[in-house]
Design a protein around this ligand. Structure first.
Ligand SMILES: [Zn+2]
Length: 82
C-alpha cells in the first residue's frame, strides 16, 4: 500500500474525495467518511433517530449547556469591550 495520496470515499453517496476535505470521524476502529457536511448531517440525523432517545437526550442536554456557557462568555466579553 502506498502512503501519502490517501483518498476517502463518502459512505452516504459514494463520492471519492482527497484527504483533508470532507468530514472524517473515527469511532474506535470504525472510520466514517463523508464528502460534505450535507452527507454527514444526513447520516447523523439517521443515527440519532436510531439511538436510544433517553441517552441521546442526556448527551444533547449536556452539549447544549456547554454551548450556552460558551455563548454567555462571548456575550460577557462583548459587553466588556463597549
Ligand atoms: Zn457524500
Amino acid at each position: 500500500m502506498s502512503a501519502g495520496r490517501e483518498r476517502h470515499k463518502c459512505v452516504v453517496c459514494g463520492r471519492v474525495f482527497p484527504r483533508g476535505h470532507g468530514v472524517v470521524i473515527g469511532i474506535e476502529d470504525l472510520v466514517l467518511e463523508f464528502h460534505s457536511n450535507r452527507c454527514f448531517a444526513k447520516f447523523a440525523r439517521e443515527l440519532l433517530k436510531r439511538m436510544p432517545q433517553g441517552d441521546v437526550k442526556g448527551y444533547a442536554r449536556r452539549l447544549l449547556e456547554e454551548y450556552e456557557e460558551i455563548l454567555s462568555q462571548k456575550a460577557k466579553l462583548k459587553s466588556k469591550r463597549i
